[in-house]
Design a protein around this ligand. Structure first.
Ligand SMILES: *Cc1c(COP(=O)(O)O)cnc(C)c1O
Length: 428
């Protein structure tokens, strides 16, 4: 079809690798070209051809208030007038740091960076510098950004495109990363018993959102806490996606664990590029300039980004915010699961806060291997039909989805009705 999106994609492909600035956006795994987005407001995104869609991607997580919320726009306008970057300290940075520390119980001190990737990359450097050890343990299907050390059995785009690792990552770097199955407590104990004294840290998505949506089983996170403590390693909880999303205090508040370090991103920047890492004061004291572990950033703590983050955090801290959002999300997930059941399509669905996931497999799904049993062909058909019907989902079975405060009950009803129609059609 000759659409503006198609013309733009043709143009983009000659000047940008694959036509996109992040791989999953290309929509390759669902057999189509990406839509180019022109604008977004509330729960809707609008493409370059003027079509509107109900959005459950939310820019892959940040847009918990919906798109272009007026209160964030207002502080941004204000901030722009004062200058967009100084490379010098501002009061805004203290304000956001104080808000984060007050919101996330385990964080005493926090450093702002520009992306989730920078946050996790810096956090493992800190863990290595603090412990004097090299080994990093992660879990298959978890995604912690694109730093070299994490590109082993990684989730998100790496999982979507079934990439084993990445050329360009030195063997020497990767040999220090051990990736083991998510939710496998026995394996964690076995590995820590055999090599715990070499482990700098275990890093985990406390609810996995980059291989679909998988909750930690039983005592999985508690065992990670115990084993790291026992062997003098650090526990890094990567809340780039789950932070301020599954609950105000993050997944760590839901599961009652206190990590040594927490990485944050997405929501913390209110739609602008921000990441952060923080935790125990004695560990964070090792970061330059208070300590020897180096980490820096020309645009870190950028005043526009800080202003958007502060206003977003203020909004989500208002009483009742998470209750309302969770109720809407639960109703949506039950509706989607019901639609699949009615159509006789095997389906596993789950949710926490305003994050959810749905696999076309009978389940249960406890790890990446289980997730891979999903019917990817059916997912692709479902994705494309839902898009045609005006519902904008993540173009991969291995991504979580998000509801925002801007989604209305009517939006949820529309989505359930559309899924019911589409799934019946695909099953029939
Ligand atoms: C998105 C994500 C990252 C990477 O963040 P970017 O801002 O894309 O660099 C890291 N960890 C988790 C859990 C994520 O979901």
């Amino acid at each position: 079809m000759d659409t503006t999106s198609k013309a733009l994609f043709d143009r983009a492909q000659t000047v940008i690798p694959g036509g996109v600035n992040s791989p999953v956006r290309a929509c390759k795994s669902v057999g189509r070209d990406p839509l180019f987005i022109e604008r977004a407001k509330g729960a809707r995104v609008y493409d370059a051809d003027g079509n509107g869609y109900l959005d459950y991607v939310g820019s892959w997580g940040p847009m918990i208030l919906g798109h272009a919320p007026e209160r964030v726009n207002a502080v941004l306008r204000d901030a722009i007038e004062k200058g967009t970057s100084f490379g010098a300290p501002t009061e805004l940075e203290i304000d956001l740091a104080e808000l984060v520390i007050d919101t996330v119980a385990s964080v005493d001190v926090v450093r702002m960076v520009n992306s989730g990737t920078e946050a996790t990359m810096s956090a493992i450097r800190l863990a290595r510098g603090f412990t004097g050890r090299d080994v990093v343990i992660k879990f298959d299907g978890c995604y912690h950004g694109h730093a070299d050390s994490f590109l082993v059995a990684a989730g998100s785009g790496v999982a979507t495109y079934n990439i084993a690792g990445s050329p360009g990552v030195p063997e020497d770097t990767i040999k220090h990363t051990l990736s083991i199955p998510y939710n496998d407590i026995d394996k964690v104990r076995e590995v820590m018993t055999s090599m715990g004294d070499k482990v700098a840290c275990i890093i985990v998505e406390p609810i996995a959102g980059n291989m679909g949506f998988i909750k930690p089983k039983n005592d999985f996170l508690k065992v990670l806490r115990e084993e790291t403590e026992k062997h003098g390693a650090l526990l890094i909880v990567d809340e780039v996606m789950t932070g301020f999303r599954v609950a105000l205090g993050g997944a760590q508040s839901l599961y009652g664990i206190t990590p040594d370090l927490t990485t944050m991103g997405k929501i913390i920047g209110g739609g602008l590029p921000v990441g952060a890492y923080g935790g125990r004061a004695d560990i964070m004291a090792h970061i330059a300039p208070s300590g020897p572990v180096y980490q820096a950033g020309t645009l870190s703590g950028n005043p526009l980004a800080m202003a958007a983050g502060i206003e977003t955090l203020k909004a989500i801290r208002e009483p009742g915010f998470y209750e309302a959002l969770s109720a809407k999300t639960t109703r949506l997930v039950n509706g989607l699961k019901g639609a699949a059941d009615k159509a006789g399509v095997p389906c596993t669905a789950d949710t926490a806060g305003s994050m959810f996931g749905l696999y076309f497999t009978a389940g249960p799904v406890a790890n990446f291997e289980d997730a891979k049993t999903s019917d990817l062909e059916l997912f692709s058909a479902y994705y494309n039909r839902m898009l045609e019907e005006g519902i904008y989902l993540a173009p991969s079975q291995f991504e979580a989805a998000f509801v925002s405060a801007a989604h209305t009950d009517e939006d949820i009803d529309t989505t359930i009705a559309t899924a019911t129609k589409v799934l019946a059609e695909l099953a029939g």
